[in-house]
Design a protein around this ligand. Sequence first.
Ligand code: F6P
Length: 555
Amino acid sequence: MSHYQQPLDVTTLPSWQTLREHRQMMQGFNMREAFKADPRRFEMFSTGSCGLFLDYSKNLITSRTRDLLVELAREAGVEQAARAMFNGEPVNASERRPALHTALRRPMGDSLIVDGRNLMRDVHGALAQMTDIVGRIHNHLWRGYNDKPITDVVNIGIGGSFLGPQLVSEALLPFTQQSGVRCHYLANIDGSEFREVMANLDAQTTLFIVSSKSFGTLETLKNAQAARSWYLSRGGSEERLYRHFIAVTSNAQAAIDFGILEKNIFPMWDWVGGRYSLWSAIGLPIALAIGMSNFKDLLSGAYAMDQHFLHQPFESNMPVLLALLGIWYHNFWGAESYAFLPYDHHLRNFVKHLQQMDMESNGKSVRQDGSAVSVGTGPVIWGGVGCNGQHAYHQLLHQGTPLIPADFIVPVVNHNPVADHHEWLYANCLSQSQALMLGKTREEVETELRDGGMDEQAIQRLAPHKVVPGNRPSNTLVMESLSPARLGSLIALYEHKVFVQSVIWGINAFDQWGVELGKDLGKAVYQRLTRYENDNAEDASTQGLIDYFRGRHRG
Ligand code: F6P
Protein backbone atom coordinates (compact mmCIF):
# COMPACT_ATOMS: atom_id res chain seq x y z
CA MET A 1 0.00 0.00 0.00
CA SER A 2 1.28 3.48 -0.81
CA HIS A 3 2.43 5.65 2.07
CA TYR A 4 -0.18 8.20 1.01
CA GLN A 5 -3.19 5.99 1.53
CA GLN A 6 -2.48 5.70 5.21
CA PRO A 7 -3.84 8.33 7.56
CA LEU A 8 -1.11 9.80 9.64
CA ASP A 9 -1.94 11.50 12.89
CA VAL A 10 1.42 13.00 13.61
CA THR A 11 0.55 13.62 17.26
CA THR A 12 0.57 9.87 17.92
CA LEU A 13 4.23 9.55 16.92
CA PRO A 14 6.62 9.05 19.87
CA SER A 15 8.87 11.88 18.67
CA TRP A 16 5.92 14.31 18.65
CA GLN A 17 5.20 13.49 22.28
CA THR A 18 8.87 13.93 23.20
CA LEU A 19 9.04 17.20 21.28
CA ARG A 20 6.11 18.49 23.34
CA GLU A 21 8.01 17.78 26.54
CA HIS A 22 11.20 19.19 25.07
CA ARG A 23 9.34 22.39 24.12
CA GLN A 24 8.46 22.93 27.79
CA MET A 25 12.10 22.54 28.72
CA MET A 26 13.09 25.07 26.05
CA GLN A 27 10.81 27.78 27.50
CA GLY A 28 13.71 29.69 29.02
CA PHE A 29 16.17 29.04 26.19
CA ASN A 30 18.14 32.12 25.29
CA MET A 31 20.03 32.32 22.00
CA ARG A 32 22.39 35.03 23.21
CA GLU A 33 23.46 32.80 26.07
CA ALA A 34 23.67 29.77 23.80
CA PHE A 35 26.09 31.58 21.46
CA LYS A 36 28.20 32.67 24.43
CA ALA A 37 28.21 29.20 25.91
CA ASP A 38 29.18 27.38 22.73
CA PRO A 39 31.65 28.96 20.30
CA ARG A 40 30.94 26.10 17.88
CA ARG A 41 27.24 26.90 17.57
CA PHE A 42 27.59 28.40 14.08
CA GLU A 43 29.49 25.36 12.76
CA MET A 44 27.08 22.98 14.47
CA PHE A 45 24.03 24.57 12.93
CA SER A 46 25.07 25.42 9.40
CA THR A 47 25.28 23.39 6.24
CA GLY A 48 25.63 23.89 2.52
CA SER A 49 25.07 22.35 -0.87
CA CYS A 50 24.35 23.30 -4.50
CA GLY A 51 26.06 26.67 -4.07
CA LEU A 52 23.79 27.61 -1.15
CA PHE A 53 24.94 28.00 2.42
CA LEU A 54 22.39 27.75 5.23
CA ASP A 55 23.08 29.22 8.65
CA TYR A 56 20.34 28.06 11.02
CA SER A 57 22.21 28.74 14.25
CA LYS A 58 19.94 31.67 15.16
CA ASN A 59 17.09 29.37 16.11
CA LEU A 60 15.50 28.31 19.39
CA ILE A 61 17.20 24.94 19.20
CA THR A 62 19.82 22.75 20.79
CA SER A 63 21.34 19.65 19.24
CA ARG A 64 18.71 17.67 21.17
CA THR A 65 15.99 19.67 19.38
CA ARG A 66 17.54 18.84 16.03
CA ASP A 67 17.79 15.16 16.93
CA LEU A 68 14.15 15.03 17.94
CA LEU A 69 12.99 16.89 14.84
CA VAL A 70 15.02 14.58 12.61
CA GLU A 71 13.47 11.64 14.43
CA LEU A 72 10.05 13.12 13.67
CA ALA A 73 10.89 13.23 9.95
CA ARG A 74 11.99 9.60 10.12
CA GLU A 75 8.92 8.41 12.00
CA ALA A 76 6.63 10.32 9.64
CA GLY A 77 8.14 8.46 6.67
CA VAL A 78 9.66 11.44 4.85
CA GLU A 79 12.28 9.27 3.16
CA GLN A 80 9.73 6.78 1.81
CA ALA A 81 7.38 9.58 0.76
CA ALA A 82 10.17 11.36 -1.13
CA ARG A 83 10.99 8.17 -2.97
CA ALA A 84 7.31 7.65 -3.76
CA MET A 85 7.09 11.15 -5.20
CA PHE A 86 10.25 10.85 -7.31
CA ASN A 87 9.19 7.40 -8.58
CA GLY A 88 5.81 8.59 -9.79
CA GLU A 89 3.51 7.01 -7.22
CA PRO A 90 0.12 8.73 -6.93
CA VAL A 91 1.15 11.01 -4.06
CA ASN A 92 -1.71 13.35 -5.03
CA ALA A 93 -4.28 10.94 -3.60
CA SER A 94 -7.48 12.98 -4.10
CA GLU A 95 -6.74 13.30 -7.81
CA ARG A 96 -5.03 9.89 -8.01
CA ARG A 97 -2.01 11.37 -9.71
CA PRO A 98 1.73 11.48 -9.29
CA ALA A 99 3.45 14.83 -8.74
CA LEU A 100 6.47 14.65 -10.98
CA HIS A 101 7.93 18.12 -11.27
CA THR A 102 11.24 16.48 -10.36
CA ALA A 103 11.09 14.53 -13.64
CA LEU A 104 11.20 17.84 -15.51
CA ARG A 105 14.79 18.44 -14.42
CA ARG A 106 16.17 14.95 -14.83
CA PRO A 107 18.98 14.66 -17.37
CA MET A 108 18.66 13.21 -20.84
CA GLY A 109 19.24 9.46 -20.80
CA ASP A 110 17.38 8.91 -17.52
CA SER A 111 14.26 6.87 -17.75
CA LEU A 112 11.14 7.05 -15.60
CA ILE A 113 8.44 4.55 -16.41
CA VAL A 114 4.99 5.39 -15.09
CA ASP A 115 2.02 3.27 -16.20
CA GLY A 116 4.23 1.68 -18.84
CA ARG A 117 5.31 5.00 -20.39
CA ASN A 118 8.79 6.50 -20.25
CA LEU A 119 7.99 10.05 -19.16
CA MET A 120 11.54 11.22 -19.82
CA ARG A 121 10.86 10.95 -23.55
CA ASP A 122 7.96 13.39 -23.19
CA VAL A 123 10.03 15.73 -21.02
CA HIS A 124 12.99 15.87 -23.38
CA GLY A 125 10.71 16.02 -26.41
CA ALA A 126 9.14 19.18 -24.99
CA LEU A 127 12.59 20.64 -24.25
CA ALA A 128 13.56 20.01 -27.88
CA GLN A 129 10.37 21.75 -29.02
CA MET A 130 11.27 24.70 -26.77
CA THR A 131 14.82 24.78 -28.11
CA ASP A 132 13.45 24.95 -31.63
CA ILE A 133 11.10 27.87 -31.07
CA VAL A 134 13.57 29.81 -28.93
CA GLY A 135 16.16 29.42 -31.72
CA ARG A 136 13.72 30.51 -34.38
CA ILE A 137 12.56 33.57 -32.47
CA HIS A 138 16.08 34.60 -31.42
CA ASN A 139 17.36 34.16 -34.98
CA HIS A 140 14.45 36.15 -36.40
CA LEU A 141 13.17 33.16 -38.33
CA TRP A 142 9.79 33.37 -36.61
CA ARG A 143 8.04 36.41 -38.00
CA GLY A 144 4.79 38.26 -37.46
CA TYR A 145 1.93 38.76 -39.89
CA ASN A 146 3.84 41.21 -42.07
CA ASP A 147 7.18 39.44 -41.76
CA LYS A 148 8.74 41.57 -39.05
CA PRO A 149 10.72 39.66 -36.38
CA ILE A 150 9.21 39.17 -32.91
CA THR A 151 10.46 41.67 -30.33
CA ASP A 152 7.97 41.16 -27.49
CA VAL A 153 6.34 38.15 -25.89
CA VAL A 154 3.27 38.40 -23.69
CA ASN A 155 2.69 35.46 -21.37
CA ILE A 156 -1.03 35.20 -20.69
CA GLY A 157 -1.48 33.02 -17.61
CA ILE A 158 -2.20 33.19 -13.89
CA GLY A 159 -1.16 31.34 -10.72
CA GLY A 160 1.48 28.76 -11.52
CA SER A 161 1.31 29.70 -15.18
CA PHE A 162 2.57 33.14 -14.24
CA LEU A 163 4.29 33.45 -10.85
CA GLY A 164 7.19 31.04 -11.40
CA PRO A 165 8.05 32.29 -14.91
CA GLN A 166 7.77 35.91 -13.79
CA LEU A 167 10.01 35.31 -10.77
CA VAL A 168 12.69 33.54 -12.76
CA SER A 169 12.80 35.87 -15.75
CA GLU A 170 12.99 38.81 -13.36
CA ALA A 171 15.59 37.16 -11.10
CA LEU A 172 17.81 36.26 -14.05
CA LEU A 173 17.65 39.63 -15.77
CA PRO A 174 21.48 39.80 -15.87
CA PHE A 175 21.40 36.67 -18.04
CA THR A 176 19.02 38.11 -20.62
CA GLN A 177 20.22 37.31 -24.14
CA GLN A 178 21.11 40.10 -26.55
CA SER A 179 19.03 38.29 -29.12
CA GLY A 180 16.29 37.70 -26.57
CA VAL A 181 12.88 39.25 -26.57
CA ARG A 182 11.18 41.43 -24.01
CA CYS A 183 8.81 39.40 -21.82
CA HIS A 184 5.59 40.78 -20.41
CA TYR A 185 3.10 39.12 -18.12
CA LEU A 186 -0.66 39.46 -18.32
CA ALA A 187 -2.36 37.65 -15.45
CA ASN A 188 -5.34 39.42 -13.93
CA ILE A 189 -8.76 39.88 -15.50
CA ASP A 190 -8.60 43.57 -14.53
CA GLY A 191 -8.83 45.64 -17.74
CA SER A 192 -6.36 48.12 -16.30
CA GLU A 193 -3.65 45.49 -16.35
CA PHE A 194 -4.52 44.62 -19.94
CA ARG A 195 -4.28 48.27 -21.00
CA GLU A 196 -1.01 48.78 -19.14
CA VAL A 197 0.69 45.68 -20.60
CA MET A 198 -0.46 46.39 -24.16
CA ALA A 199 0.20 50.13 -24.08
CA ASN A 200 3.57 50.11 -25.80
CA LEU A 201 3.30 46.93 -27.82
CA ASP A 202 3.16 46.60 -31.58
CA ALA A 203 0.82 43.90 -32.89
CA GLN A 204 3.17 43.24 -35.81
CA THR A 205 6.02 42.13 -33.55
CA THR A 206 4.22 40.67 -30.51
CA LEU A 207 3.81 36.98 -29.77
CA PHE A 208 1.28 35.76 -27.19
CA ILE A 209 1.82 32.60 -25.17
CA VAL A 210 -1.47 31.39 -23.77
CA SER A 211 -0.19 29.50 -20.78
CA SER A 212 -2.75 27.38 -19.00
CA LYS A 213 -2.49 23.78 -17.89
CA SER A 214 -6.29 23.43 -18.04
CA PHE A 215 -7.00 25.96 -20.78
CA GLY A 216 -10.12 26.61 -18.75
CA THR A 217 -9.05 29.39 -16.40
CA LEU A 218 -11.40 32.37 -16.64
CA GLU A 219 -8.81 35.14 -16.32
CA THR A 220 -6.51 33.57 -18.90
CA LEU A 221 -9.23 32.84 -21.44
CA LYS A 222 -10.69 36.33 -21.15
CA ASN A 223 -7.26 37.91 -21.59
CA ALA A 224 -6.48 35.61 -24.52
CA GLN A 225 -9.73 36.64 -26.23
CA ALA A 226 -9.01 40.32 -25.57
CA ALA A 227 -5.47 39.90 -26.93
CA ARG A 228 -6.85 38.27 -30.05
CA SER A 229 -9.29 41.17 -30.62
CA TRP A 230 -6.43 43.60 -30.00
CA TYR A 231 -4.28 41.81 -32.60
CA LEU A 232 -7.12 41.72 -35.17
CA SER A 233 -7.94 45.39 -34.62
CA ARG A 234 -4.32 46.34 -35.35
CA GLY A 235 -3.97 44.89 -38.81
CA GLY A 236 -3.51 41.23 -37.91
CA SER A 237 -5.46 38.68 -39.90
CA GLU A 238 -7.17 35.41 -38.93
CA GLU A 239 -5.01 33.61 -41.52
CA ARG A 240 -1.80 34.72 -39.84
CA LEU A 241 -3.01 34.41 -36.27
CA TYR A 242 -0.80 31.32 -35.92
CA ARG A 243 2.25 33.58 -36.09
CA HIS A 244 1.14 35.45 -32.98
CA PHE A 245 -0.53 32.92 -30.70
CA ILE A 246 1.00 29.78 -29.27
CA ALA A 247 -0.10 27.79 -26.21
CA VAL A 248 1.26 25.70 -23.38
CA THR A 249 -1.40 23.36 -22.09
CA SER A 250 -2.43 19.81 -21.26
CA ASN A 251 -5.79 20.50 -22.95
CA ALA A 252 -4.68 20.68 -26.59
CA GLN A 253 -8.21 20.46 -27.99
CA ALA A 254 -9.32 23.64 -26.19
CA ALA A 255 -6.26 25.46 -27.55
CA ILE A 256 -7.04 24.23 -31.06
CA ASP A 257 -10.65 25.39 -30.65
CA PHE A 258 -9.29 28.82 -29.68
CA GLY A 259 -7.49 28.93 -33.03
CA ILE A 260 -3.97 27.85 -32.14
CA LEU A 261 -2.21 25.53 -34.58
CA GLU A 262 -1.56 22.06 -33.20
CA LYS A 263 2.16 22.30 -33.93
CA ASN A 264 2.30 25.52 -31.89
CA ILE A 265 0.99 23.84 -28.76
CA PHE A 266 3.55 22.91 -26.13
CA PRO A 267 2.66 20.09 -23.77
CA MET A 268 1.87 20.10 -20.07
CA TRP A 269 0.85 17.00 -18.20
CA ASP A 270 -1.56 16.23 -15.40
CA TRP A 271 1.38 14.83 -13.41
CA VAL A 272 2.81 18.34 -12.97
CA GLY A 273 1.07 20.74 -10.56
CA GLY A 274 0.63 24.32 -11.80
CA ARG A 275 2.70 25.80 -8.96
CA TYR A 276 5.52 23.36 -9.74
CA SER A 277 5.45 23.87 -13.50
CA LEU A 278 8.03 26.56 -14.27
CA TRP A 279 10.45 23.77 -15.19
CA SER A 280 8.21 22.65 -18.07
CA ALA A 281 7.22 24.49 -21.24
CA ILE A 282 5.32 26.83 -18.87
CA GLY A 283 8.86 28.23 -18.48
CA LEU A 284 8.97 29.18 -22.17
CA PRO A 285 9.01 32.95 -21.48
CA ILE A 286 12.02 32.34 -19.23
CA ALA A 287 13.83 30.47 -22.02
CA LEU A 288 12.93 33.21 -24.50
CA ALA A 289 14.46 35.80 -22.19
CA ILE A 290 17.63 34.01 -21.02
CA GLY A 291 18.15 31.42 -23.75
CA MET A 292 17.91 27.63 -23.64
CA SER A 293 21.39 27.09 -22.28
CA ASN A 294 20.66 29.18 -19.18
CA PHE A 295 17.23 27.53 -18.88
CA LYS A 296 18.94 24.14 -18.81
CA ASP A 297 21.33 25.43 -16.12
CA LEU A 298 18.26 26.37 -14.09
CA LEU A 299 17.03 22.77 -14.46
CA SER A 300 20.46 21.40 -13.49
CA GLY A 301 20.45 23.49 -10.32
CA ALA A 302 17.04 22.12 -9.38
CA TYR A 303 18.22 18.59 -10.18
CA ALA A 304 21.24 19.07 -7.90
CA MET A 305 18.89 20.06 -5.07
CA ASP A 306 16.71 17.01 -5.83
CA GLN A 307 19.77 14.79 -5.37
CA HIS A 308 20.72 16.59 -2.17
CA PHE A 309 17.17 16.11 -0.86
CA LEU A 310 17.13 12.42 -1.77
CA HIS A 311 20.55 11.44 -0.51
CA GLN A 312 21.78 13.82 2.19
CA PRO A 313 21.28 12.62 5.78
CA PHE A 314 18.43 14.55 7.39
CA GLU A 315 20.81 16.20 9.90
CA SER A 316 22.36 18.23 7.08
CA ASN A 317 19.57 18.06 4.50
CA MET A 318 18.58 21.65 3.76
CA PRO A 319 14.92 21.21 2.73
CA VAL A 320 14.33 18.77 5.58
CA LEU A 321 15.90 21.13 8.12
CA LEU A 322 13.92 24.14 6.89
CA ALA A 323 10.72 22.09 6.99
CA LEU A 324 11.41 20.82 10.51
CA LEU A 325 12.25 24.27 11.83
CA GLY A 326 9.01 25.56 10.31
CA ILE A 327 7.08 22.81 12.09
CA TRP A 328 8.94 23.46 15.33
CA TYR A 329 7.73 27.08 15.39
CA HIS A 330 4.29 26.56 13.88
CA ASN A 331 3.21 23.55 15.90
CA PHE A 332 5.22 23.92 19.10
CA TRP A 333 5.70 27.68 19.54
CA GLY A 334 2.44 28.90 18.02
CA ALA A 335 3.96 30.91 15.15
CA GLU A 336 1.14 31.57 12.67
CA SER A 337 3.15 33.20 9.94
CA TYR A 338 6.52 32.96 8.30
CA ALA A 339 8.48 35.88 6.82
CA PHE A 340 10.60 35.55 3.74
CA LEU A 341 13.12 38.34 3.33
CA PRO A 342 15.40 38.27 0.28
CA TYR A 343 18.08 40.97 0.18
CA ASP A 344 18.30 41.05 -3.60
CA HIS A 345 16.34 43.31 -5.91
CA HIS A 346 16.09 40.48 -8.44
CA LEU A 347 14.27 38.31 -5.89
CA ARG A 348 11.73 40.97 -4.98
CA ASN A 349 8.83 38.84 -6.23
CA PHE A 350 10.03 35.54 -4.78
CA VAL A 351 7.53 35.76 -1.95
CA LYS A 352 4.60 35.79 -4.40
CA HIS A 353 5.76 32.51 -5.93
CA LEU A 354 6.36 31.05 -2.47
CA GLN A 355 2.92 32.11 -1.33
CA GLN A 356 1.32 29.98 -4.03
CA MET A 357 3.84 27.17 -3.62
CA ASP A 358 3.38 26.97 0.14
CA MET A 359 -0.12 28.22 0.85
CA GLU A 360 -1.89 26.51 -2.07
CA SER A 361 0.01 23.32 -1.28
CA ASN A 362 -0.30 23.16 2.50
CA GLY A 363 -3.42 25.23 3.18
CA LYS A 364 -5.35 22.05 3.99
CA SER A 365 -7.48 20.85 6.91
CA VAL A 366 -7.88 17.16 6.10
CA ARG A 367 -5.29 14.47 5.68
CA GLN A 368 -4.77 12.38 2.57
CA ASP A 369 -7.49 9.93 3.71
CA GLY A 370 -10.04 12.70 4.36
CA SER A 371 -9.77 12.68 8.16
CA ALA A 372 -9.41 16.01 9.95
CA VAL A 373 -5.90 17.14 10.85
CA SER A 374 -5.16 17.40 14.55
CA VAL A 375 -2.47 20.09 14.30
CA GLY A 376 -2.10 23.39 12.46
CA THR A 377 -0.89 23.08 8.87
CA GLY A 378 0.41 25.70 6.41
CA PRO A 379 1.34 29.04 7.96
CA VAL A 380 0.78 32.43 6.33
CA ILE A 381 3.76 33.23 4.11
CA TRP A 382 4.60 36.86 3.64
CA GLY A 383 7.55 39.21 3.31
CA GLY A 384 9.42 41.16 0.71
CA VAL A 385 12.71 42.58 -0.32
CA GLY A 386 15.23 44.02 2.14
CA CYS A 387 16.18 46.77 2.95
CA ASN A 388 12.70 48.08 2.00
CA GLY A 389 10.97 45.91 4.60
CA GLN A 390 13.14 47.38 7.35
CA HIS A 391 11.38 50.68 6.82
CA ALA A 392 7.95 49.09 6.76
CA TYR A 393 7.10 45.88 8.65
CA HIS A 394 10.33 44.87 10.43
CA GLN A 395 9.19 46.90 13.44
CA LEU A 396 6.61 44.19 14.10
CA LEU A 397 9.26 41.49 13.74
CA HIS A 398 11.43 43.22 16.35
CA GLN A 399 8.91 44.43 18.92
CA GLY A 400 5.47 43.11 17.95
CA THR A 401 3.67 40.47 20.02
CA PRO A 402 3.64 37.56 17.54
CA LEU A 403 6.59 35.26 17.07
CA ILE A 404 7.44 35.30 13.35
CA PRO A 405 10.34 33.16 12.17
CA ALA A 406 12.10 34.54 9.12
CA ASP A 407 14.31 33.38 6.27
CA PHE A 408 16.91 35.88 5.08
CA ILE A 409 18.44 35.33 1.65
CA VAL A 410 21.41 37.25 0.32
CA PRO A 411 24.05 36.84 -2.39
CA VAL A 412 27.67 37.67 -1.59
CA VAL A 413 28.18 39.16 -5.05
CA ASN A 414 25.83 41.64 -6.66
CA HIS A 415 25.36 41.73 -10.43
CA ASN A 416 25.24 45.52 -10.38
CA PRO A 417 27.85 46.93 -8.01
CA VAL A 418 27.35 50.61 -7.24
CA ALA A 419 29.94 52.21 -4.91
CA ASP A 420 29.71 50.32 -1.58
CA HIS A 421 25.97 49.62 -1.83
CA HIS A 422 26.31 45.87 -1.79
CA GLU A 423 28.45 45.91 1.36
CA TRP A 424 25.69 47.96 3.01
CA LEU A 425 22.97 45.66 1.71
CA TYR A 426 24.77 42.58 3.00
CA ALA A 427 25.51 44.30 6.33
CA ASN A 428 21.85 45.22 6.75
CA CYS A 429 20.73 41.66 6.09
CA LEU A 430 23.09 40.29 8.72
CA SER A 431 22.36 43.00 11.26
CA GLN A 432 18.61 42.39 11.00
CA SER A 433 18.93 38.73 11.93
CA GLN A 434 21.42 39.74 14.61
CA ALA A 435 19.04 42.33 16.06
CA LEU A 436 16.18 39.81 16.05
CA MET A 437 18.35 37.39 17.96
CA LEU A 438 20.16 39.73 20.36
CA GLY A 439 17.45 42.27 21.08
CA LYS A 440 18.26 44.97 23.63
CA THR A 441 17.74 44.53 27.36
CA ARG A 442 16.35 47.16 29.73
CA GLU A 443 19.75 47.37 31.33
CA GLU A 444 21.47 48.04 28.02
CA VAL A 445 18.88 50.65 27.10
CA GLU A 446 19.26 52.48 30.42
CA THR A 447 23.06 52.42 30.27
CA GLU A 448 23.01 53.80 26.75
CA LEU A 449 20.65 56.63 27.68
CA ARG A 450 22.62 57.46 30.81
CA ASP A 451 25.86 57.55 28.81
CA GLY A 452 24.10 59.95 26.46
CA GLY A 453 23.47 62.32 29.38
CA MET A 454 19.71 61.84 29.73
CA ASP A 455 18.15 62.60 33.12
CA GLU A 456 16.82 59.69 35.19
CA GLN A 457 13.13 60.59 34.89
CA ALA A 458 13.34 60.76 31.10
CA ILE A 459 15.25 57.47 31.03
CA GLN A 460 12.50 55.69 32.99
CA ARG A 461 9.84 57.13 30.68
CA LEU A 462 11.62 56.15 27.48
CA ALA A 463 13.33 52.88 28.40
CA PRO A 464 10.36 50.48 28.08
CA HIS A 465 9.78 51.65 24.51
CA LYS A 466 13.36 51.01 23.53
CA VAL A 467 13.62 47.48 24.92
CA VAL A 468 13.76 44.89 22.12
CA PRO A 469 12.94 41.39 23.36
CA GLY A 470 15.26 39.52 20.98
CA ASN A 471 15.48 35.71 20.99
CA ARG A 472 13.56 35.75 17.68
CA PRO A 473 14.53 33.02 15.25
CA SER A 474 15.75 33.25 11.68
CA ASN A 475 17.65 31.33 9.02
CA THR A 476 20.11 32.95 6.65
CA LEU A 477 20.75 31.55 3.18
CA VAL A 478 23.85 32.90 1.49
CA MET A 479 25.04 32.28 -2.03
CA GLU A 480 27.82 33.48 -4.32
CA SER A 481 25.78 35.44 -6.85
CA LEU A 482 22.38 34.67 -8.26
CA SER A 483 22.91 32.38 -11.26
CA PRO A 484 20.47 30.16 -13.18
CA ALA A 485 21.75 27.03 -11.42
CA ARG A 486 21.70 28.55 -7.94
CA LEU A 487 18.22 29.96 -8.50
CA GLY A 488 17.07 26.51 -9.64
CA SER A 489 18.48 25.00 -6.44
CA LEU A 490 16.89 27.71 -4.31
CA ILE A 491 13.39 27.24 -5.74
CA ALA A 492 13.66 23.44 -5.54
CA LEU A 493 14.82 23.79 -1.92
CA TYR A 494 11.53 25.46 -1.01
CA GLU A 495 9.48 23.01 -3.09
CA HIS A 496 10.91 20.15 -1.06
CA LYS A 497 10.54 22.04 2.21
CA VAL A 498 6.82 22.38 1.51
CA PHE A 499 6.60 18.70 0.55
CA VAL A 500 8.34 17.50 3.74
CA GLN A 501 5.92 19.52 5.85
CA SER A 502 2.95 18.06 3.98
CA VAL A 503 4.22 14.55 4.65
CA ILE A 504 4.63 15.22 8.36
CA TRP A 505 1.16 16.75 8.58
CA GLY A 506 -0.22 13.87 6.47
CA ILE A 507 -1.85 16.23 3.95
CA ASN A 508 -1.89 16.38 0.14
CA ALA A 509 0.41 19.15 -1.12
CA PHE A 510 -0.70 18.73 -4.72
CA ASP A 511 -4.42 19.42 -4.90
CA GLN A 512 -6.28 22.73 -4.38
CA TRP A 513 -10.00 22.04 -4.08
CA GLY A 514 -10.58 25.12 -1.95
CA VAL A 515 -10.15 27.53 -4.84
CA GLU A 516 -12.95 25.86 -6.83
CA LEU A 517 -15.85 27.09 -4.67
CA GLY A 518 -14.97 30.74 -5.30
CA LYS A 519 -14.78 30.06 -9.04
CA ASP A 520 -18.26 28.45 -9.07
CA LEU A 521 -19.84 31.20 -7.00
CA GLY A 522 -18.14 33.77 -9.22
CA LYS A 523 -20.09 32.45 -12.22
CA ALA A 524 -23.40 32.69 -10.35
CA VAL A 525 -22.72 36.24 -9.17
CA TYR A 526 -21.70 37.24 -12.72
CA GLN A 527 -25.04 35.96 -14.05
CA ARG A 528 -26.92 38.01 -11.49
CA LEU A 529 -24.89 41.14 -12.21
CA THR A 530 -25.28 41.01 -15.95
CA ARG A 531 -28.56 39.27 -16.66
CA TYR A 532 -30.62 41.00 -14.00
CA GLU A 533 -32.02 37.65 -12.89
CA ASN A 534 -34.80 37.90 -10.39
CA ASP A 535 -33.69 35.19 -8.01
CA ASN A 536 -31.72 36.61 -5.18
CA ALA A 537 -28.26 35.63 -4.04
CA GLU A 538 -28.25 33.27 -1.09
CA ASP A 539 -27.28 35.98 1.37
CA ALA A 540 -28.34 39.59 1.83
CA SER A 541 -24.79 40.91 1.84
CA THR A 542 -23.94 39.54 -1.61
CA GLN A 543 -27.36 40.61 -2.94
CA GLY A 544 -26.92 44.12 -1.53
CA LEU A 545 -23.55 44.46 -3.24
CA ILE A 546 -24.98 43.11 -6.52
CA ASP A 547 -27.76 45.73 -6.30
CA TYR A 548 -25.18 48.45 -5.67
CA PHE A 549 -23.36 47.48 -8.87
CA ARG A 550 -26.58 47.19 -10.87
CA GLY A 551 -27.78 50.58 -9.61
CA ARG A 552 -24.63 52.22 -10.94
CA HIS A 553 -24.68 50.45 -14.30
CA ARG A 554 -28.40 50.80 -15.02
CA GLY A 555 -28.21 54.56 -15.46
O1 F6P B 1 -7.07 28.45 -9.31
C1 F6P B 1 -5.84 27.93 -8.92
C2 F6P B 1 -5.12 27.34 -10.07
O2 F6P B 1 -5.75 26.16 -10.45
C3 F6P B 1 -3.66 27.11 -9.76
O3 F6P B 1 -3.43 25.93 -9.09
C4 F6P B 1 -3.04 27.19 -11.10
O4 F6P B 1 -1.65 27.41 -11.04
C5 F6P B 1 -3.79 28.35 -11.70
O5 F6P B 1 -5.10 28.20 -11.20
C6 F6P B 1 -3.79 28.44 -13.19
O6 F6P B 1 -4.31 27.27 -13.77
P1 F6P B 1 -4.12 26.97 -15.32
O7 F6P B 1 -2.67 26.83 -15.60
O8 F6P B 1 -4.89 25.70 -15.56
O9 F6P B 1 -4.71 28.12 -16.08
